[in-house]
Design a protein around this ligand. Structure first.
Ligand SMILES: C[S@@+](CC[C@H](N)C(=O)[O-])C[C@H]1O[C@@H](n2cnc3c(N)ncnc32)[C@H](O)[C@@H]1O
Length: 214
């Protein structure tokens, strides 16, 4: 399987119509946690087992990974979890617009980019448009959690969210480098970073009450 794909290539620029929330989940009224760049899916699988009253959606640009995750999910008979193939920068906005306002409660973007070099800036996942799409669908108190082991990248991500007026940063208090993330479930990249003793930078953002203006 290819380690990375280029999200700017023509193929990944084609918009996909993602199945609506009602089609994905029987209990479609449950709150939604969206994980952007879900890779091998272990993070969401563990959460979906722990929290049956939530629906979880993993979005991933590497199609073979999505197929593998879906196989695992079906084997575990997890009906509150779905993995979808897409380039989030192209196809997520429409899917979010079709949700009931306020249903999106959590978004996690964890170790998102292999594209941390400046020359690859345009390939990065977290962009102002993506933050605006999330803000549009999220009511007050919804959250975005981000983490990375690359300081320049977390700096870029926090600057991008800080510039949007729709979120404020929550103090993560005593949480330090080696502590778990706030969901107490670690991602694959997080486990790798911890094993390598890499410093992990984390931030939590909360949706404020400012109305979305398009
Ligand atoms: C470094 S991995 C981290 C995976 C996982 N979140 C973790 O923490 O272990 C980043 C993932 O984001 C995916 N990704 C990158 N750009 C994307 C995009 N535009 N849309 C959807 N997924 C993307 C990559 O294919 C990759 O699987």
């Amino acid at each position: 399987m290819r380690q990375h794909v280029n999200p700017l290539s023509q193929f990944f620029q084609l918009p996909l119509s993602l199945p609506s929330n009602n089609v994905l989940f029987k209990k479609s009224h449950h709150p939604i946690h969206l994980d952007i760049g879900s890779a091998k899916g272990e993070f969401l699988i563990e959460l979906a087992i722990k929290y049956p009253d939530w629906n979880f959606v993993g979005l991933e640009i590497r199609k073979p990974l999505v197929s593998q995750c879906e196989k695992k999910r079906k084997k575990l008979e997890l009906n509150n979890l779905k993995f979808l193939f897409c380039n989030v920068n192209i196809s997520l906005d429409e899917w979010l617009s079709n949700l009931n306002y306020g249903q999106l409660k959590r978004v996690s973007i964890q170790f998102p980019d292999p594209w941390f070099k400046r020359k690859h800036f345009k390939r990065r996942v977290l962009k102002t448009n993506l933050i605006n799409s999330i803000a549009k669908s999220m009511s007050k108190d919804g959250e975005i959690f981000i983490q990375s082991d690359i300081f320049k990248l977390i700096e870029y991500m926090t600057n991008t969210i800080d510039k949007s007026r729709y979120f404020y940063r929550k103090d993560l208090g005593e949480m330090r480098i080696t502590d778990n993330n706030p969901y107490n479930v670690q991602t694959e990249r997080e486990l790798y970073s911890l094993k390598k003793n890499l410093k992990i930078h984390r931030a939590m953002y909360i949706r404020n009450s400012l109305l979305y203006v398009n």
